[in-house]
Ligand binder design. Sequence first.
Ligand code: LLP
Length: 430
Amino acid sequence: MTAFQYREGVLHAEAVSLSALAQTVGTPFYCYASGEIEGAYSAMERALSGLPATICYALKANGNLAVVRTLAKLGAGADVVSEGEMRIALAAGVPAAKIVFAGVGKTAEEMAAGLQADILQFNVESVPELEALSQVAESLGRRAPVALRVNPDVDAMTHAKISTGQAENKFGIDLGHIQDAVKLALDLPGISLEGLAVHIGSQLTDLAPYRAAFGKLTALYRDLKGQGVPLRRLDFGGGLGISYDGETPPDLAAYAALVRECAAGLPAELVFEPGRFLVGNAGVLVTRVLYVKQGTARRFVIVDAAMNDLIRPSMYDAFHAFKPVAAPAAGAGEMPVDIVGPICETADTFARQRGLPPVAAGDLLAICSSGAYGAVMSSTYNGRRLVPEVLVRGGDHAIVRARPSYAAMLAETPLPDWLDPARPAARGVA
Ligand code: LLP
């Protein structure tokens, strides 16, 4: 979070005051720092230098067009999981030849859209999906470039809801079934089998699960190459963790060394699918304190952001650090508070018994490390409008998603004729 520093007592995103931004855009709002995104991408690019690697940014972490464009300008590819993400990636200037389409449930329409766009590869996760993709490709007179996603049955040692590489997870094809899937892929007229892929989970803070998964993947690759299967690409997925609460995520150099070791001597192009690593620490969610309520058991800081804006604490018990936008006075001390949003359920809690310097109604707080899986996972629950997103670059800022008006919100749900008081049928007139 180096892009977010205090300058003259006010938290800034690069050279932009978050307090000034709050005046301009209103709260809550997301703020992303371009420099932090660019720095993370360059660090990864440097770590992998010399390898035939394509870094395909996982749009699911943050699909804002300007964020994707920032990465596309640096040469990033894209990992997409829907036609919508594919369209965002293309609109952001990611070349189709650097787009991988992942996900366990692609529809025929999505497959056709990917084929028509001429993307790099589909990461296929099951035999029925392979058959469906072959049919769609044949009907379009094409062959779909495919990497089979392997489920290596490795415990990523991360939160259960974001762990994907074990046999009980819905993802990938079990190692025991992979030979059959390969045979089928080679036989199907609409499939061009080009690679293998793996992704074992997200927010990995230890390299050991990667070692286990990459080892299994590359052993399989060697084995299949030995059998004459014309593979040319290995996709190592994403999952690199970031620091939310002082964790030490895997060192990039160590990660890259592991990749080099596992892929040594393999005739394979490499694909990586980082999401969180590139954007997680590049964003904050800025919120205003509405009330401070002293209960008998707890002191509650009620803020204007809620679980619909940032669901990670409610959904994964995720930790996000809070920083007051106005630097606390020296020696201000901290007191334990529960930081909660306005939504009508107890799950709408960002932090329990968190030490915070004294805050009062009107104060601004930055919810740190919110650049990944923040805005993209938001909803309009409780009739709340999606919050705006602001991108900062040096001293410049731009609103890259505006807060919708209430009129726009209402316009999304037109009434049928028979319920519309403005139409004759609703008044009982034939
Ligand atoms: N590739 C595949 C196939 C994935 O499923 C994912 C994430 C990624 C790449 C990117 O993973 P990353 O580098 O960002 O860890 N909403 C959760 C995280 C869900 C991750 C889903 N898949 C959270 O807020 O922690």
